[in-house]
Design a protein around this ligand. Structure first.
Ligand code: MF3
Ligand code: CO
Length: 250
């Protein structure tokens, strides 16, 4: 098992790829409202990525048909954008996206409310995001990888939400998915030691009910088994000697 350490030049390219992605997320966030389709979001993302001189790293990934993933309500991740999937008041939507800039991948996800939503669902969104920040407090050189996993799990468990265990975070760089895998649940082992220059996608996926998931017949869309709503929050981070740098948050 080996986790790649990025050079100073590679870190600059990771910064730029992820800065562009962070800006795209901010643009897409402004479009979220009742009446918009998930395909409208996909088209806007495709245009943004093209205008940056980048390409989508999701499109054609193992045959994935979208530029981004749009997952509504009980859909956890990998929802496929569609013209007929129109957002309505009370929905939540997770947008997961990435791009390749000069050979370097970015990856980040956000969950948004569509209009007014139930307070417990807003809490799910907020605490999923907060769990990311709790996790990355442990993301510094010299610590071990699963300290991040355990911090996320400890934080989420106090609310009784379900942690999705079938999908995990990952290293990211010249490929979308590099070593290591980064669980969001408790690990008994310590995991690999963190070193400066590692770039990691940390991405808690949390359900209001239980964390068990199913795959729909399209073989992509991951939904909660109990069909409770789920939230996702992800950034690509850089391990340093001090605080981690959150590359995809601008
Ligand atoms: N962003 C996802 C991840 O975090 C990967 C999506 S791959 C796709 O690992 F094919 F579904 F787009
Ligand atoms: Co990811």
């Amino acid at each position: 098992m080996s986790i790649s350490i990025k050079s100073a030049r590679e870190i600059e390219l990771m910064r730029e790829s992820n800065r562009l992605l962070g800006e795209m997320h901010n643009e897409l966030a402004k479009m979220i409202r009742p009446g918009i389709s998930t395909l409208d979001l996909d088209k806007a993302a495709a245009r943004f990525i093209k205008d940056c001189g980048c390409v989508s790293n999701f499109l054609n990934y193992e045959g994935y048909p979208g530029n981004i993933c749009t997952s509504v309500n009980e859909e956890v991740v990998h929802g496929i954008p569609k013209a007929e999937r129109i957002l309505k008041e009370g929905d939540i939507i997770s947008i997961d996206a990435g791009m390749i800039y000069k050979g370097y991948h970015s990856d980040a996800a956000r969950t948004y409310a569509v209009g007014k939503i139930a307070p417990e669902v807003q809490k799910l969104i907020d605490e999923t995001r907060n769990s990311f920040f709790e996790g990355i407090k442990k993301a510094k050189a010299g610590n071990h990888l699963y300290e991040i996993s355990n911090a996320i799990a400890d934080y989420i468990e106090q609310f009784g939400f379900g942690i999705v265990r079938d999908l995990v975070g990952h290293g990211v760089g010249t490929s979308l998915h590099e070593e290591p895998q980064i669980p969001n649940f408790h690990m008994k082992r310590k995991g690999p030691k963190l070193e400066p220059g590692m770039t990691l996608a940390v991405e808690p996926m949390i359900a209001l009910g239980r964390g068990d998931v199913d795959w729909l017949d399209d073989d992509w869309t991951v939904v909660t088994e109990d069909r409770s709503p789920a939230a996702h929050y992800e950034n690509t981070i850089l391990i340093t000697d001090g605080e981690p740098e959150i590359l995809s948050l601008v």
